[in-house]
Design a protein around this ligand. Sequence first.
Ligand code: C2E
Ligand code: CA
Ligand code: CA
Ligand code: CA
Length: 286
Amino acid sequence: SADRAMHSAKRKGKNRFELYNQLEHGSDAVDLALENDLHKAMERGEFSLHYQPLLHLRTNQIIGVEALIRWNHPKRGFISPATFIPLAEETGLIVAISQWVMEAACHQLKELQRYYPKMKMNINLSTSCFLQHELIDNLERVISCTNIDPRYLEIELTESTLMPNAAFAIERLVQIKKRQIKIAIDDFGTGFSSLSYLHRFPIDTLKIDKSFIRHLSSYRGEAAIVKAIIDMGRSLNVTVVAEGVETEKQYKFLKDYGCDCVQGYYISKPLPFDELLPFLHEWKAE
Ligand code: C2E
Ligand code: CA
Ligand code: CA
Ligand code: CA
């Protein structure tokens, strides 16, 4: 496949540096090889879920986890979802992958709730899955098969999923909310066009994008934005979660300013399921 990439790059008149970049991210030939592997990944059991804890600041309790997919490729090792989710979207494989994610996450939530009955589970949903006609049926089926209480399930959607057709999105969100499932807006603040629409969406949670958290201590502008989002969340009566919290400074800022929850390496990286329970037990004991 590297040869094919080389040829296609030559055809396109790329230099060495560009070729290297292409091989790293998204050259046509590599995408093609990956796409073939992606088709087989499910039956070969190469996907797994890691779980990143969400800390509620006021009570210092872990109140939920976010499911994040991992692909352990037989030759290339772990491939980031940032690489293969867009590919899965393009090829339509995302529908089957999401179905698997939902089932696996709900099963593991059931397991978690044997020890932590109020633990929540957050699941990311890509655009095509949100738009998919069968979405509600699929959600209902997974919930009834696993027998979980839908109130502990939260779907994460980005503004870019919701905005292109806000009227349709609102209708769909209402259907989801009727099933008592919660809704979070992910990467909030990166698609600021939606501010004027925000109050029309029946949402439960805003997740502040990690790009604003990263510079929290060095740039005053970021602090102003984060404060504004927290204030807005308060006035809209939604839960505000800061993601990508890596330092004590960031943590303290968010806690002092009354952000509801934080998520990030400062608390824990995403963990495989067998490390999650020990983490939760230890957190509770401290
Ligand atoms: P996201 O939903 O915004 O997830 C947060 C990402 O930030 C995750 O990357 C997580 O590992 C990473 N992260 C967590 N804490 C920190 C931190 O303190 N600092 C930094 N720099 N990063 C942190 P990951 O797991 O590589 O996932 C990337 C994206 O792939 C996700 O972004 C989400 O959009 C997508 N994704 C992951 N799992 C799924 C899935 O099951 N379905 C769909 N549709 N998309 C998924
Ligand atoms: Ca997310
Ligand atoms: Ca996010
Ligand atoms: Ca994202």
